[in-house]
Design a protein around this ligand. Structure first.
Ligand SMILES: [Zn+2]
Ligand SMILES: [Zn+2]
Length: 106
């Protein structure tokens, strides 16, 4: 695309500098995408995989310590937001401290 030249949004036809979609349509698409991401976590075999990870947990992948009283195991996504991501055992406190940071930004 040529900078400074307005084009019609492919979705709604509004003239935009943003490329093929206007800012509003882009934001709408992003909202739909993130909603799907949120629910897909818990469909399919996620629960089964998470239960297996917790049952077999030996070491927390974040702090590398073993089981801690009062800090139950959770199944953490190696790549948060990716339903197909590997699940790793983590203490509940470590998991929540990590939040949604990608594994390469730890
Ligand atoms: Zn639009
Ligand atoms: Zn830990």
């Amino acid at each position: 695309m040529i900078p400074g030249v307005k084009r019609a949004c492919l979705k709604c036809g509004v003239l935009t500098l943003h490329g093929s979609w206007c800012a509003e349509c882009l934001a709408k698409a992003e909202r739909i995408r993130s909603r799907k991401r949120g629910t897909r976590h818990y469909t399919g075999d996620y629960r089964k995989r998470a239960a297996a990870v917790r049952a077999n947990a030996v070491e927390c992948w974040i702090c590398h310590e073993g089981a801690r009283p009062g800090d139950p195991w959770t199944a953490d996504h190696l790549f948060p937001g990716d339903p197909a991501s590997a699940l790793l055992a983590a203490h509940r406190s470590c998991n929540s401290a990590r939040g949604d940071r990608p594994a390469d930004q730890m």
